[in-house]
Design a protein around this ligand. Structure first.
Ligand SMILES: [Zn+2]
Length: 239
């Protein structure tokens, strides 16, 4: 077997590692987790607004409650005067009755508004409960997605570890300078990870170009572990 042929096997493992790495990065759970996190952030933001709205409504409702009590107390005060017998002039009595009537009208208006506020508070509370239920649901989904991602990652990592071990067993037999050139060429984008290729009948298996005859003959005369590069694509040629 030619001395450099294990380099092609090493590359086979490296290409498999590239594929697994890409698969690991593109696991669908990863995108779904980002979506869930965004949904939680949105729900939390909406919840904070609801809490603020409910607080403001409750403050208004308390304020109205105090106003209702004050108006009711004023009406009672005027009633007390009216029925005390101290006022006897008909015009004054009529004025007191009118004042009471106006207080009661005002009280009724305030109470109606207070009821509306209580309904708005209940509505805000229902929305808060629905929001938290949604939040709990998304968090549970996020948890199961994270678990699924972890399982998928572990499966890929186990395969990657096997490839690393298998590769490790092969590189020892290769000349260090060839391996160094291989690693350097692997980083070139245009070689798409294929830094070493076989040469068949003077044709590079990487770019499928025929080597010049003189160059090919010169290569054949070199020792088996010599570093030969395709004059067209620059890949390492393995005889
Ligand atoms: Zn080539």
């Amino acid at each position: 077997m030619p001395l450099l042929s294990p380099l092609l096997d090493v590359q086979g493992f490296d290409l498999a590692r590239d594929r697994l790495g890409a698969e690991r990065a593109a696991l669908p759970e990863r995108a779904a987790i980002l979506e869930s996190r965004a949904a939680i952030e949105r729900l939390d933001g909406e919840h904070a607004l609801l809490v603020e709205r409910r607080r403001a409504l409750a403050d208004s409702e308390h304020g109205l409650g105090d106003e209702v009590a004050a108006v009711a107390a004023r009406a009672k005060g005027v009633e007390a005067t009216l029925y005390s017998g101290t006022v006897r002039v008909s015009k004054e009595l009529t004025a007191l009755q009118e004042e009471i009537r106006l207080h009661r009208v005002r009280q009724s208006e305030l109470e109606t508004r207070e009821l509306e506020l209580l309904e708005e508070i209940e509505q805000a509370e229902r929305e808060m409960a629905a929001n938290r239920a949604g939040d709990a649901r998304v968090r549970a989904e996020l948890k199961s997605l994270a678990d699924a991602l972890s399982v998928a990652e572990q499966a890929i990592d186990a395969e990657l570890a096997k490839l690393v071990d298998a590769r490790q067993g092969l590189v020892g037999g290769l000349p260090p300078e060839i391996l160094a050139t291989y690693e350097r060429l692997r980083l070139r984008d245009r070689l798409v990870g294929r830094a070493a290729v076989s040469i068949v009948d003077g044709v590079c298996a990487g770019c499928h170009m025929k080597l010049p005859v003189l160059e090919y003959n010169r290569m054949k005369s070199k020792p088996e572990d010599a570093l030969l590069l395709c004059v067209h694509c620059g890949r390492i040629l393995v005889r």
